[in-house]
Design a protein around this ligand. Structure first.
Ligand SMILES: *Cc1c(COP(=O)(O)O)cnc(C)c1O
Length: 450
């Protein structure tokens, strides 16, 4: 029975109790009895620190409650961050052709390179970077099945003692994956984890906070931003790049909404800033750009110049470390999906993607102008498919949610769900049908004033 303790624990007991190994067997059953140190499987307790996925389940609960009590109400959902239009024709055709190749012995493909096929990597380099004056080499591009996974997994290759900085409100993936890894303490009553530096996004800083005074090591930035719809100017990004170079920090730049930028002076890539390749990793996705949320394809750029440091201060190239991680834990995106993704960069593909994005951005314009005319303070919606509105008279995000749901039958997303600085704000998504967006705006216009 005493043997059920691992040998290491038994040796510890011997030392603590000053007993011979032969004697320790007498006392081990007492330890068992009091539940002290057994050899059962233990859980990663960092997961216990996670706040329950509260936001979207709570929205669903309130919506379904209302629907049950008011089955006749036609509810319009402007809350989700998912696309609604189908894949562009050029993409679908390439997808079909690739599937047919897989059906023929002569053109069948098994495992591809874990980092992605060269045809897609070349298309990315030409169209996403070279066209904007940024030089990227093929070994810097890693094709994957999504930016959620990449932004979630990237922290693995950095030390556990790094200080993390995020904007507030924030895409929860950045925070939760660091909690799981053990880089934080517990969450406080506002949902902020001990050890993470939160940078509040406010109207005063145009929802693009400047670098902090203190040292932080791993910085998550997302521009155009989900949920605020804000963008970072070249000058704002330059401040971050300078900060990272001066402080030997790394910027994780999530550009999932890059395709929605309409203002010409806004940078599409952080690498448009001089020196950024020394300090930044960039994440891009076909999800929102080309309707790939259910098809799954994205890519991450890890420049050769990027360095991180050993505890002893030795500089280490980050690119081969991510390559090792990626090739060990990931086996590549399917060939038809990569062929479909590459089709977004053909002439027809580009035109159709622009139409797709244009449709959503017209929704965004409609929401923006309607709400502005009604006197709301609205942000975003110009370079991003999200409109971030200030709730009238300072009412709470969730109270505004309830009012919109019950009086206009419109579902949005309470800003407080993305972080404490989101309180007093509300996100409306431009993904959806034009007619629904129009109807939603008409209904909001008829809302009794607050
Ligand atoms: C939608 C979204 C992504 C894209 O995730 P995929 O896994 O590529 O679908 C990345 N970052 C943010 C902030 C998003 O909203």
């Amino acid at each position: 029975m005493g043997g059920a303790f691992p040998p290491k624990a038994q040796r510890c007991f011997c030392i603590i109790l000053d007993m011979e190994p032969s004697e320790i067997n007498f006392v081990l059953p007492f330890f068992h009895y009091f539940g002290i140190c057994t050899d059962m499987i233990t859980i990663n307790e960092n997961y216990m620190k996670l706040k329950a996925g509260y936001l979207f389940p709570e929205i669903a609960r309130r919506t379904s409650d209302f629907h049950q009590k008011n089955p006749q109400a036609r509810i319009i959902r402007l809350g989700i961050g998912d696309v609604t239009l189908p894949l562009p024709i050029a993409v679908v055709e390439a997808f079909h052709r690739a599937v047919d190749e897989m059906a023929d012995k002569a053109t069948f493909r098994g495992y591809g390179p874990e980092q992605g096929y060269d045809f897609l990597i070349q298309a990315v380099i030409e169209n996403a970077y070279k066209s904007r004056g940024v030089g990227i080499t093929p070994d810097e591009v890693f094709i994957s099945d999504g930016s959620k996974c990449d932004t979630g997994n990237i922290q693995e290759i950095f030390g556990l003692d790094n200080t993390i900085a995020v904007t507030d409100p924030v895409y929860p993936v950045y925070v939760d994956t660091n909690v799981m890894a053990g880089r934080t303490g517990d969450a406080d009553e506002r949902g902020c984890y001990e050890g993470i530096v939160y940078l509040p996004c406010t109207p005063e800083n145009n929802f693009a906070p400047a670098p902090p005074k203190e040292q932080v090591d791993l910085i998550y930035l997302c521009y155009p931003n989900n949920p605020t719809g804000a963008v970072a100017t070249k000058e704002a990004l330059r401040q971050w790049v300078d900060y990272a170079r001066a402080n030997k920090a790394v910027i994780l730049f999530d550009a999932a909404y890059e395709a929605f930028i309409t203002e010409p002076e806004i940078p599409h890539s952080i690498y448009e800033i001089e020196g950024a390749k020394e300090v930044a990793i960039e994440f891009r996705s076909f999800s929102k750009t080309a309707g790939f949320t259910g098809t799954r394809c994205a890519f991450t750029v890890v420049p050769r110049e990027l360095r991180a440091y050993t505890a002893a201060g030795r500089a280490v190239e980050v690119n081969p470390v991510w390559n090792r991680r990626h090739t060990t834990k990931f086996n590549g995106v399917s060939y038809p999906v990569q062929a479909a993704a590459a089709a977004t960069y053909t002439n027809d593909g580009k035109k159709q993607v622009r139409q797709l994005v244009g449709y959503y951005m017209e929704n965004a314009r409609l929401i923006r102008t309607s709400l502005s005319e009604l006197g709301y303070n609205v942000y975003g919606g110009v370079n991003a498919p999200y409109i971030w509105l200030q709730t009238p008279n300072g009412i709470g995000s969730w109270d505004f949610f309830d009012k919109l749901l019950t009086e206009a039958n419109v579902v949005g997303t309470p800003g407080a769900g993305f972080g404490p600085a989101g309180e007093g704000f509300f996100r409306l998504s431009a993904f959806g049908d034009r007619e629904n967006v129009q109807t939603a705006m008409d209904r909001i216009e008829k809302l009794v004033t607050f």
